[in-house]
Every structure is written in structure tokens, then in C-alpha cells.
Design a protein around this ligand. Structure first.
Ligand code: NAD
Ligand code: WQD
Length: 339
């Protein structure tokens, strides 16, 4: 069976393509390489021994998307990762975010409707919850007003899906990721942030390898045991495997509702200092860091209630924080060796 993976050369997409292929699916990738490299297709082929089909075009281009669906027949399901994801950038360029993230989704939905494709897995985010009133956060927890245009595109996408699914008899699973980190054990694929990383873990590994001088820890006065903010970090391979489970679930007709939503996290929260400690443990070195002011817009603490995903999908994140940090470090070292 053939699965279309949009954004398949990106961070989470590439790991998901590997897992899909290893479970016997054929994969066709669409990506415009706005935040990834064509070489990722070679790396995927190196891991799996099978080269995914690859189309390079922009999914906000309606005509090209329409032509793609006419050419590329027999798609059994779609995983739609393609989107812009930098919260700060979205504050400065909101229209760019609304256009890219919403138009691409609408074009995909149109392609599904026109070509009789009924299964879609959508990349959503824990950002839809903002700072939840109760922890751990459940899928039924209220959606708070968005703090950024990026977060708003995920909320709006979920609403678009809810109505489109009803009107066009589609099946959709929206997966709300918490904080994906780490890399494939082969160290052939991983996260490739352009420029200065915004996210914690690439900043840690780039500091340790000498690309950055020092990590700034944003805030030590939060209402948490050590004063630093808490997140639910999840290994990207665990996350990727959940997508295969979601695809299997739709294709085998096991979905219980046309539109299902699942949290994907480990259910455990770790503070920034705990993440640094784990990194120091697995890398055997000391990390250069300093405590600075809070980063505007950051929530204090958030972690997932994963019981719905565990019970309904029969999926559970297996890798612990040390394994996540070790794989991230191995990936950073592999990148340095290539230079
Ligand atoms: P990524 O930037 O590594 O991958 C996204 C890919 O989509 C890139 O390869 C990019 O080139 C491509 N793309 C973007 N716009 C496109 C367009 N219009 N047409 C074709 N290709 C396009 O990001 P990622 O971390 O792999 O995230 C994947 C998805 O998961 C995104 O939807 C993101 O919002 C969501 N998400 C990510 C995180 C995270 O922390 N990484 C957390 C929650 C949700
Ligand atoms: C994690 C923690 C920072 C960098 C973002 C998006 C969210 C989702 C996941 C897509 C926070 C602290 C960070 C640094 C630090 N993405 N930190 N120094 O902000 O939880 O979530 O990625 O949907 O929408 O907002 O992730 O990795 O940036 O930060 O102290 O240099 O690390 O304050 O507590 P975040 P992050």
C-alpha cells in the first residue's frame, strides 16, 4: 500500500518514512525542501534499502498539487507533516504561516476529495493547549487562545479538518505531539535546524560540539521543583512509530470516529536542568550554560496524559530521556564528522 508523506524529508517526516517502509508500506514523499535537503532521501534509502518516490513542489500551489494527485495514483493514505513550525518566526510573519500551513492543508483535502482518498493523519501540536489548567493534559482539555500565529494555524487546521471530515466522509487522525527530540539510531537522519536553533536540544548539542558558546536557560523562577520549565520530551522514533499505528488503524477500518485526536508524549515531564543533566551524563562532558530571563511566550509546565493513545492505539513511547539525549548527541557528532 502506498502512503503519501508530505514534509517527508523533514525531521519527523523522515523518521516516519523509515518506519513506514520497514513495516512494508510504499512511500511517496512531497516536500519543497524549504526546511530540509534532498539528500535525506538518500539517507532514508541507506537505512531501509528502499528509495521512496520523491516529488519536489510547494503544496500551496493548487495546480501542481492537483496534477500530482492525477499522476500519482493508488494512494491509500496521507500523513501531512508539511508546515512551517517556528513560533518566533510566525510572530513576525503571520501571513506566511497562515498561507503555508492552511493552504497546503486545504489543497491536500481537495486532492483527497477529488481522488477518493479517505485516510489522513495530521501533525498537530501540544501548543493548541497553551498553559493547561490541569496536568497532565488530556485530549478533552480546553483549547486555549493561541499565543502565536503558528499555534493558531494548528488550532484552525483541526477545525478545518473537523468540518471537512464531516462534509466529505473522510477519516482523520490528528496527533498532538509534545516535544519531539533525538534522532535515528543510525545517526543518518535527525533534526537539521537552519541557523541558530530555537529548540532546547539542538541548542544543547550545538553548544557541546562547539558551534555555540553557551546555552541560555530561559528562567529559573518558575513554579517547578528546580525553577526551570517542564516539558514532555518524546523520542522522534517513538513518535514516528505512532504514525504507522495510526495509518494501520485507518486502513484496517478500526477508527471509532471519523475524526480522532491523540496526544503523543511519554506522560513524563522533565525540567530544562534535568535535560541538561541527562545530556551531561550520556555525553560524559560538562555543558556550558547560564540562567537568563524567561523567554516571552513560554508556558511554565506541560506534559501529556497519554492513556488514550496507549489504550486505543496500543502504542506507548518506549525510549527514556537518556536514550533521547544520547541519540541527539550521536547525530550532532555524525554531522560534525561530515563537515
Ligand atoms: P520540519 O520543518 O523538519 O519538516 C517539515 C517539512 O515540510 C520540511 O521538510 C519542509 O521543507 C516541508 N514543507 C513545509 N512547507 C511546505 C510546503 N508548502 N510544501 C511542501 N513542503 C513543505 O518540521 P518537523 O519538526 O518535522 O515537523 C513536522 C510537522 O510536525 C509540522 O507540521 C510541525 O508543525 C509539526 N510539529 C512539530 C513539532 C516539533 O517540535 N518538531 C511539534 C509539534 C508539531
Ligand atoms: C523547551 C524548553 C524553553 C531553548 C516548541 C513549540 C511547540 C512545539 C515544540 C511545534 C522551554 C527552554 C529552550 C533554549 C531554553 N512545536 N529553552 N533555552 O518551546 O516547549 O515548544 O517546540 O508544534 O509549539 O513552541 O520547545 O525546545 O523551544 O523549549 O531554556 O535555548 O527549553 O524555555 O522551557 P517549546 P523548546
Amino acid at each position: 500500500m502506498k502512503i503519501l508523506v508530505t514534509g517527508g524529508t523533514g525531521y519527523i517526516g523522515s523518521h516516519t518514512v523509515v518506519e513506514l517502509q520497514q513495516q512494508g508500506y510504499d512511500v511517496v514523499i512531497v516536500d519543497n525542501l524549504s526546511n530540509s535537503h534532498a539528500g535525506v532521501v538518500d539517507r532514508i534509502a541507506e537505512i531501509t534499502g528502499k528509495r521512496p518516490e520523491f516529488y519536489n513542489f510547494d503544496l500551496i500551489d493548487r495546480e501542481k498539487t492537483k496534477t500530482f494527485f492525477e499522476i500519482c495514483k493508488d494512494i491509500s493514505g496521507i500523513i501531512h507533516f508539511a508546515a512551517y513550525k517556528a513560533v518566533g518566526e510566525s510572530m513576525n510573519n503571520p501571513l506566511m504561516y497562515y498561507r503555508n500551513n492552511l493552504d497546503s492543508l486545504i489543497n491536500i483535502l481537495q486532492g483527497m476529495q477529488d481522488n477518493g482518498i479517505s485516510n489522513l493523519v495530521f501533525s498537530s501540536s501540544c501548543t493548541v493547549y497553551g498553559q493547561p489548567d490541569e496536568l497532565p493534559v488530556r485530549e478533552t482539555s480546553p483549547i486555549k487562545e493561541a499565543w502565536s500565529p503558528y499555534g493558531n494555524t494548528k488550532q484552525m487546521s483541526e477545525q478545518i479538518l473537523k468540518f471537512a471530515v464531516e462534509a466529505h466522509s473522510l477519516k482523520t487522525i490528528a496527533l498532538r505531539y509534545f516535544n519531539p527530540i533525538g534522532a535515528h539510531e543510525s545517526a543518518l537522519i535527525g533534526e537539521l535546524p537552519l541557523g541558530i536553533p530555537n529548540n532546547l536540544v539542538p541548542f544543547i548539542t550545538q553548544t557541546a560540539i562547539g558551534l555555540r558558546k553557551s546555552l541560555s536557560v530561559f528562567g529559573s523562577d518558575y513554579n517547578t521543583p528546580d525553577g526551570t520549565a517542564i516539558r514532555d520530551y518524546i523520542h522522534v522514533v517513538d513518535l514516528a512509530k505512532a504514525h504507522v499505528v495510526a495509518v494501520d488503524r485507518m486502513i484496517s477500518g478500526k477508527t471509532k470516529l471519523p475524526f480522532e485526536i491523540f496526544n503523543l508524549g511519554t506522560g513524563n515531564g522533565f525540567s530544562v536542568l534535568e535535560v541538561i543533566q541527562s545530556f551531561e551524563k550520556v555525553s560524559g562532558g560538562k555543558l556550558n550554560y547560564q540562567i537568563v530571563d524567561r523567554r516571552p511566550g513560554d508556558v511554565e509546565k506541560v506534559w501529556a496524559d497519554t492513556s488514550f493513545a496507549n489504550e486505543e492505539l496500543g502504542w506507548k513511547a518506549l525510549k527514556n530521556l537518556d536514550e533521547m539525549m544520547l541519540s541527539a548527541w550521536n547525530w550532532e557528532k555524525a554531522l560534525a564528522n561530515k563537515k
